[in-house]
Design a protein around this ligand. Structure first.
Ligand SMILES: Cc1cc2nc3c(=O)[nH]c(=O)nc-3n(C[C@H](O)[C@H](O)[C@H](O)COP(=O)(O)OP(=O)(O)OC[C@H]3O[C@@H](n4cnc5c(N)ncnc54)[C@H](O)[C@@H]3O)c2cc1C
Length: 474
């Protein structure tokens, strides 16, 4: 990294640095990009606007326990390169755990992932008759439009739409599934026909359960290790810092940071929301694709365990949360023996009554949901609330082109759109991807830099086409 001190003629000395790669955003995508580039011997600077690193994949402490920003797991379907990286960083702290969730169907709980014996005992009889009929006539059903509702109805049938996917979509995106684009369902629902659901049930049974990976000290241990390793390899990571202007040519864009320094980079990798790139470029704001946010309510309780389940999926209308989870059940870690924490995910939109609700009111909403589900009351020892402004891009039937990437309406994601800048990551591309997807994006982006730090656009565009087929794992 070259640091020069030059007189800018106005404000005295301006610190000017030259780096090979400037990364914007310190979530898992940005941190992986910083680490991968630093490991190649490139000089790297990363700027994160928030006071701490980790983005949506960070952890923090409530009632003496590490908790995540909602239910997070690392999926074993992650590409080998991603698993190799994370196994190398976390070693035996990355634990393989058996999934043990449940979902609410009408007034019953059904184990999730589905298991034959439990389905026979607990699926509501009316649902079974409806789903069986749907399966029989499935081959003759066709979608009548490109909506979320028709995608689910044509593939899985009306019963699954009415009882689960429909109300869940309404909670997550704030609109009925008839108004949402099928593109959202294509990105989210991997078991799209009854045959595929049954094949998954059979494979889960054969393998005695479905597993996931999870770090001993909370999901945030992933980003913490990424940050430590990037620093060990010489990357400079800064928090509370953002880019206020961006200028220069395609070969060496110069970013002016909020502290006043100017950083000239061989390449800028932009993992922050795409609309935050318009301001430094001096471009007018454009209407961004609406994003659905989420309020996370944490309730520390005075008992060692609330249930043995990791996550509870609740599509039920009238209950504010879409899911609640018990972080302690995701790991075998150093958690307090006599306490547990419940984390409630309440989807909302920026500025609405949930988003702006007082913390104690939101805690009340979460506890009211437990009561409506007929679950035991809890003795609360500590509570916390966190707000995530941009979680799910909302694509409606009216405004989506089939196959369209929501982020492409904010700023074109190809590097040709903004000279010297590549937009990537969940926020950059406005896609609801998993952590392993954004790590894959970051590794792919660094691979596109040749030995002279020249960007190989054709290789990147090939990766971009691959990213469009990512399907979110739950
Ligand atoms: C409730 C929930 C559950 C999830 N469950 C799972 C799961 O089970 N498994 C899984 O794999 N994934 C899961 N995910 C997804 C996973 O958390 C994300 O895909 C991943 O964290 C995205 O990483 P990112 O780096 O692309 O974006 P982010 O983590 O959002 O990081 C972007 C960073 O950019 C920063 N930033 C914003 N503006 C600026 C600016 N102007 N300048 C500088 N920095 C800026 C932000 O502060 C943030 O730190 C879940 C997400 C949520 C919300």
């Amino acid at each position: 990294m070259t640091t020069l001190r030059l007189d800018d003629g106005h404000r005295g000395d301006t610190i000017r640095r030259q780096v090979d790669v400037l990364v914007v955003g310190g979530g898992p995508c940005g941190l992986t990009a910083a680490l991968a580039a630093a490991r190649r011997g490139l000089s790297v600077e990363l700027v994160e606007a928030a006071p701490s690193l980790g983005g949506m994949a960070a952890s923090f402490t409530v009632a003496g326990q590490r908790v995540d920003l909602g239910s997070h797991r690392l999926h074993p379907s992650a590409p080998p390169g991603v698993l190799e990286l994370l196994n190398g960083l976390l070693g035996s702290d990355l634990q393989a755990r058996e999934r043990n969730g449940r979902l609410r169907l009408r007034d019953r709980w059904v184990r999730f992932p589905l298991r034959p014996g439990d389905m026979a005992r607990n699926l509501p009889p009316a649902f079974v008759i409806g789903a069986a009929t749907d399966a029989l006539i499935g081959p003759f059903r066709r979608a009548t439009d490109d909506s979320y509702a028709e995608f689910v109805r044509a593939g899985l049938g009306s019963s699954t739409l009415t009882e689960f996917h429909g109300p869940m979509a309404t909670k997550l995106w704030g609109l009925p599934p008839e108004r949402l684009s099928a593109e959202l369902a294509r990105k989210r629902i991997s078991q799209r026909t009854p045959t595929r659901i049954l094949a998954r049930v059979a494979s889960t049974t054969r393998n005695r359960g479905a597993t996931f990976l999870y770090p001993r000290h909370g999901y945030g241990q992933i980003t913490e290790r990424l940050a430590e390793a990037a620093t060990e390899h010489g990357a400079r990571l800064r928090t509370g810092c953002s880019v206020v202007s961006l200028a220069g040519d395609a070969h060496r864009p110069t970013a002016t940071l909020s502290g006043g320094e100017a950083v000239t980079a061989g390449r800028v990798l932009w993992t922050a929301p795409a609309d935050t790139l318009r301001n430094p470029l001096g471009l007018e704001p454009v209407p961004t694709p609406p994003m659905r946010g989420m309020v996370l309510v944490y309730v520390g309780i005075d008992q060692s365990r609330y249930t043995p389940f990791d996550a509870h999926y609740v599509p039920t209308p009238g209950i504010a949360f879409s899911r609640f989870s018990e972080p302690k059940n995701y790991r075998n870690g150093p958690d307090p023996a006599d306490r547990s924490v419940l984390c409630f995910e309440i989807p909302c939109s920026f500025g609405d009554e949930i988003w702006s609700g007082a913390d104690d009111g939101l805690v009340g909403l979460a506890l009211d949901g437990l009561a409506r589900l007929g679950l035991p009351t809890v003795r609360t020892v500590e509570t916390a609330v966190r707000r995530l402004r941009s979680v799910y891009p909302v694509l409606t039937l009216d405004d989506a082109e089939p196959g369209e990437h929501p982020g492409s309406r904010t700023i074109r994601p190809g590097s040709e759109a903004v000279p010297g800048v590549t937009v990537l990551g969940r926020q950059g591309l406005a896609v609801a991807d998993n952590l392993h997807h954004v790590i894959d994006m970051a590794l792919s982006a660094v691979d596109c830099l040749d030995e002279d730090v020249q960007w190989r656009d054709d290789v990147w565009l090939g990766h971009r086409r691959r990213f469009e087929h990512f399907v979110v794992e739950d």
